[in-house]
Design a protein around this ligand. Structure first.
Ligand SMILES: Nc1ncnc2c1ncn2[C@@H]1O[C@H](COP(=O)(O)OP(=O)(O)OP(=O)(O)O)[C@@H](O)[C@H]1O
Ligand SMILES: [Mg+2]
Length: 307
């Protein structure tokens, strides 16, 4: 059975189309990532699937229940870690946890096994107010609170945003352990490098799904050649390359630009051409695409289709 089924869900806020006919399925025991930048519609979809918000159209099923008709059953079976404000800042670590246990009609002891490994890391601070915890510790506490009633499906909305790199890594290790325990996980992140830690991912931009696949398959299916190019005047070079016939897309990428070409080009020839145009310190390298490349490329295509 599928843990989550999303069928053509749309949602508007007045004239903003937050979700456009979104569809995907999350298998039982899978870590499924919803990857997308600010405003993509991630939180809107999480609120709809955790039954806090109604869709305008489309269908959804969570743990076998339709989201609108059987919202009460769903609430008992899901754990939800919203991006912000999930903890009571004025309650201590311990008080937060027992509060969440109480609203779900359970106790900390009843399902302690599930959270033990995570909770032990924050237990030394159990008397500390949640508002006084570091980002990484807040995140661990929020995860414990979302797990305390032993949910079947876990919804984690940007759990690693604003958390240091080490804690982010630890967090993904914790998710792998929860997966082993049979919990299905839908997790959103704006960090493209976290995509490879998921079993499957959906790329989402402006309320639309661009692609769904395993991260590796998505990279393999991206059959374009990408060149990383450095030079002294990167932005001028981007403008230049975008006017060339061989260019499919050209985008800034950290200190480089990433050029996707319609067909293979010869690196030495390209380099000469760029130098002839007056650019200096030119370095060109053919690279393996990352999920970010796939995302940027598909996003660019969408934009061009819309124009
Ligand atoms: N309550 C609301 N009223 C009006 N517009 C909203 C509301 N909530 C979200 N939006 C808009 O809907 C779109 C999707 O927002 P959403 O919060 O779902 O995105 P997101 O992917 O979670 O991004 P982020 O978390 O970075 O804000 C955005 O354009 C946002 O401004
Ligand atoms: Mg959000």
């Amino acid at each position: 059975m599928e843990a989550i089924i999303v069928e053509n869900i749309s949602k508007n806020y007045k004239d903003i189309q937050a979700l456009k006919e979104v569809s995907f399925q999350v298998k039982e025991g899978e870590i499924f990532g919803l990857i997308g930048p600010d405003g993509a519609g991630k939180s809107t979809l999480f609120r709809i699937l955790t039954t806090l918000l109604l869709p305008d159209s489309g269908k959804g099923f969570v743990a076998g229940h339709p989201i609108v008709e059987e919202f009460k059953s769903i609430r008992k079976k899901v754990g939800y870690m919203p991006g912000k404000f999930s903890l009571y800042q004025d309650l201590s670590v311990e008080e937060n946890l027992s509060f969440f246990a109480t609203i779900f009609g359970t106790t900390i002891e009843e399902n302690y096994d599930l959270i033990k490994d995570i909770y032990e890391q924050i237990e030394p601070f159990k008397k500390r107010l949640a508002g006084k915890l570091s980002g990484g510790m807040k995140q661990k506490l929020a995860l414990c609170c979302a797990l305390i009633h032993k949910p079947e499906v876990l919804f984690l909305d940007e759990p690693t945003t604003g958390v240091d790199v080490v804690s982010r890594q630890e967090f993904w290790e914790m998710l792998a352990v929860l997966k082993q325990k049979g919990i299905s996980i839908l997790v959103s992140t704006p960090y493209m490098e976290e995509a490879i830690l998921c079993d499957r991912i959906a790329l989402i931009l402006n309320g639309e799904i661009l692609n769904i696949d395993t991260p590796n398959q998505m990279i393999q299916n991206f059959d374009k050649t990408i060149y990383a190019i450095k030079c002294n005047r990167l932005y001028d070079l981007i403008h230049y390359l975008r006017t060339q016939d061989y260019t499919e897309s050209c985008l800034p990428f950290g200190e480089n630009l990433h050029l996707v070409t319609k067909e293979k080009v010869e690196i030495e020839k390209l380099k000469k051409e760029i130098i002839t145009q007056g650019f200096e310190q030119v370095e060109i390298e053919k690279i393996t695409p990352t999920i970010e490349d796939v995302f940027l490329h598909l996003g660019q295509e969408k934009k061009e289709d819309a124009n």
